[in-house]
Design a protein around this ligand. Structure first.
Ligand SMILES: C[S@@+](CC[C@H](N)C(=O)[O-])C[C@H]1O[C@@H](n2cnc3c(N)ncnc32)[C@H](O)[C@@H]1O
Ligand code: SF4
Ligand code: SF4
Length: 396
């Protein structure tokens, strides 16, 4: 499981257009690293991926979630108050008009994106602008909306599922597994009825100490869901030492708080046996299935234990995110780090997007990141975005 390269032929055979889109997105990412980061270190002309965290609200309470879980920073009354600040549809439409010439891939998430009241008109507008749109959802609302999702030809759904039934429900709440299964079935039925191949559907599984021994059963069950991919995300974890270092660094270098990282010191990494996990993932990768299985990050088997038990050891370096990606938060704040939205570079209700993306705060962030050891801040060591796009460190 040293690389995910083996999935490429399967993806090409099954979904050539989807494979083409992914390749284009990675090419944009690479260009940002090779050209912009090197020759214009403070600014960028690339925008290959833009995340929209549409709402702070969610109907679930998954234990490890940095927003709504046991250590979550976005719960209860606070979340309900924050939800009053959600960006209206017209503001998002204006933003789409500003960015569409760059052809970024769009990733809608939350909270739970189906709780954003204008999700359907927003996706319509983005698709009419020629953008590729992905929706990351807990799956609860898929069955109810299946006919419309298929009729509109949504491109891609990333549905979270963290284990076979009992395991998943212990993490994501009772009944959540069945809801997702019913959602997949409803979409499959509608695709057949409407004669459509869209949306592509895939699972995202976040590995933790509650589910890692049970991943094979989920992978087996997933063979019946009609998927285009199954992603195993090794998870974002940290500890108090790293949090303290990140907070000191952010204060000194960027004059910023760093509170969101605290939500990822969950302890759900504890007790994961890296050798066991490697063997389980190997069996899953070897299983006969129509869809590709992708592990993020794909690690050398010897190093998986370090991933979970020594967060100071880096496995990917040179974060390229600020040179090609942005996150827009539910209140319009723009930031680079999806899970750590403390450092805000501007707000889309106040300024045009590209003035923010190459503005003073964005440039300061890029300069600090480029000047940091290994091109990372102390809190970046297990960041999902860097696991996806960062540079592999030799031996890992
Ligand atoms: C925060 S959720 C938002 C979208 C939607 N509510 C869902 O669950 O798919 C986005 C993704 O982050 C994953 N996630 C939650 N906690 C995580 C953690 N500690 N580390 C890595 N990923 C995590 C979720 O499982 C989900 O796949
Ligand atoms: S469904 Fe998503 S946002 Fe909601 S608690 Fe679970 S992981 Fe967090
Ligand atoms: S690696 Fe660090 S700087 Fe890059 S996106 Fe992740 S948290 Fe942000």
């Amino acid at each position: 499981m040293k690389t995910n390269f083996s999935v490429v032929p399967k993806l090409l055979a099954r979904n050539p257009r989807l494979a083409g889109r992914i390749v284009r997105s990675f090419a944009g990412q690479k260009k940002s690293v090779i050209v912009d980061k090197r020759f214009h270190p403070e600014t960028t002309k690339v925008l290959s991926l833009i995340y929209f965290r549409l709402t702070p609200l969610c109907n679930l309470r998954c234990v490890m979630c940095g927003q709504r879980g046991v250590k979550g920073t976005m719960t209860g009354l606070f979340a309900r108050e924050e939800a009053k600040k959600i960006v209206p549809l017209d503001t998002y439409k204006r933003l789409v008009d500003e960015i569409k010439h760059k052809k970024p891939t769009i990733y809608l998430w939350g909270g739970e994106p189906f709780l954003y009241p204008d999700l359907f008109p927003l996706v319509d507008y983005m698709m009419e602008a020629g953008l590729a749109v992905s929706v990351n959802t807990n799956g609860t609302f898929l069955a109810k909306n299946a006919a419309e999702i298929v009729r509109k030809g949504w491109h891609a759904l990333f549905v979270s599922l963290d284990g076979f039934e009992e395991t998943n429900d212990a993490i994501r709440g009772k009944g959540s597994y069945q809801n997702v299964v019913e959602g997949f079935e409803a979409i499959k039925r509608e695709k057949a009825r409407q004669g459509s191949h869209l949306p592509h559907m895939g699972i995202v599984t976040t590995v933790n100490n509650l589910n890692y021994k049970d991943l094979y059963r989920l992978a087996e069950a997933a063979n019946d869901f009609g998927l285009s991919w199954h992603i195993f995300n090794l998870g974002t974890y940290t500890n108090q030492d790293i949090i303290a270092k990140q907070q000191t660094f952010m204060k000194e270098a960027l004059d910023s708080e760093a509170t969101c990282i605290e939500a990822f010191d969950t302890g759900y990494n504890e007790g994961i046996d890296g050798r066991d996990l490697h063997q389980i993932l190997e069996r899953i990768h070897a299983m006969h299935s129509d869809h590709p299985v992708i592990t993020v990050p794909a690690l050398n088997p010897e190093k998986i234990d370090l991933y979970y038990h020594d967060f100071e050891t880096l496995v990917r370096r040179n974060c390229s995110v600020p040179w090609s990606q942005a996150n827009v938060n539910y209140n319009g704040d723009v930031h680079f780090c999806a899970d750590y939205p403390d450092y805000v570079i501007g707000n889309i209700t106040e300024k045009p997007f590209f003035e923010i993306f190459n503005g003073e705060k964005a440039r300061r962030f890029r300069t600090a990141l480029r000047g940091s050891p290994e091109g990372l801040f102390p809190g970046c060591s297990r960041c999902y975005q860097n696991m996806l796009c960062g540079e592999k460190i030799k031996g890992f």
